[in-house]
Structures are given as structure tokens and as C-alpha cells.
Design a protein around this ligand. Sequence first.
Ligand code: MG
Length: 171
Amino acid sequence: MAKYTNKSELEIKARQLLTQRGVGLDDIAELVYYLQAKYHKNLSMDVCRHNVDRVLTKREVQNAILTGIQLDVLAEQKKLEEPLQKTIEIDEGLYGVDEVIALSIVNVYGSIGMTNFGYIDKQKPGILKKLNDKSSGEIHTFLDDIVGAIAAAASSRLAHSDAEDMEEVDI
Ligand code: MG
């Protein structure tokens, strides 16, 4: 397991940003549990947490986190040019680029993730409900999709490793 502790600067930054924006590893692990508990007997939070942790080692995922959160923060600080400022500020429904960035995460583990992503985006359990609460004054237009996508990707990873008879697949 030692190699997992050698985190790149990009990975460290991505993890820090999630924490700073109020999203803990356990919050995402809970979403994975929500998505997968009915398909896996005796699923534990530890297994969910582990799969989220592995998804966060992927460069595509780290880049999506950095890009999305940066845009959320700039929008909060009102530093974007119009009309983009307003679009991101009000989380305009037809914008769609937030979902496209999130899809780069979902795609890392293949198409199983798509179904989970669509489902969790509709249900908005746990941390997703909190991120969507517009009354906070915070802007999470990108982050809510990114967090849902990480949970969906971790669910796919979990499904794949289950197919390998719970043998650890290092993908
Ligand atoms: Mg969004």
C-alpha cells in the first residue's frame, strides 16, 4: 500500500480543495453507499471510502476538481466576465458545461457510471442536497456535479472489483 502514499502535488491540491469547499471523503463515500448498498451484500463504509480514495488518484478527476472549483470560487468573488458570471452564479439550467466536466470523471470507469450519475443527480441525497442549497450564498454550480460524478465513478469501480470476485483491481 506504500505507493498510494506518494501523492502528486496535483492530487494533494485537489483533495485540499474538496475539503475547503466543505466536501469530506466520507460525504462522498456515503453517496457510494446510497448507490450501491442494494447491490452488494454487507457493503461497508470502509469499502466505499476506499473506492472514493482510489478515484481521487486519477489525474482526469483531479483536473476536473481543480477546474470546476476554480470557476465556482471566481463566481463567488464576482470575478468572471458577463454573461458567464451570471450564468454560473444562478446555476442556469441550460448551461450544461458543469455536467460535461463531471462526465470526464464518470467516463474514467466506463459506462456503468452514467446511470449512477443521472440517478444521483436527480435524487440529490446527503452532501448533494447541501451543495444545492442556494440560500447559503456559496456557489457550487460545478462542485455538485463533480461530487456526484466521483460517487458514480467510485460505484463503477466497486462494481468492477466485485466482478473480479472482490479481488483488488488497481484501476
Ligand atoms: Mg451543476
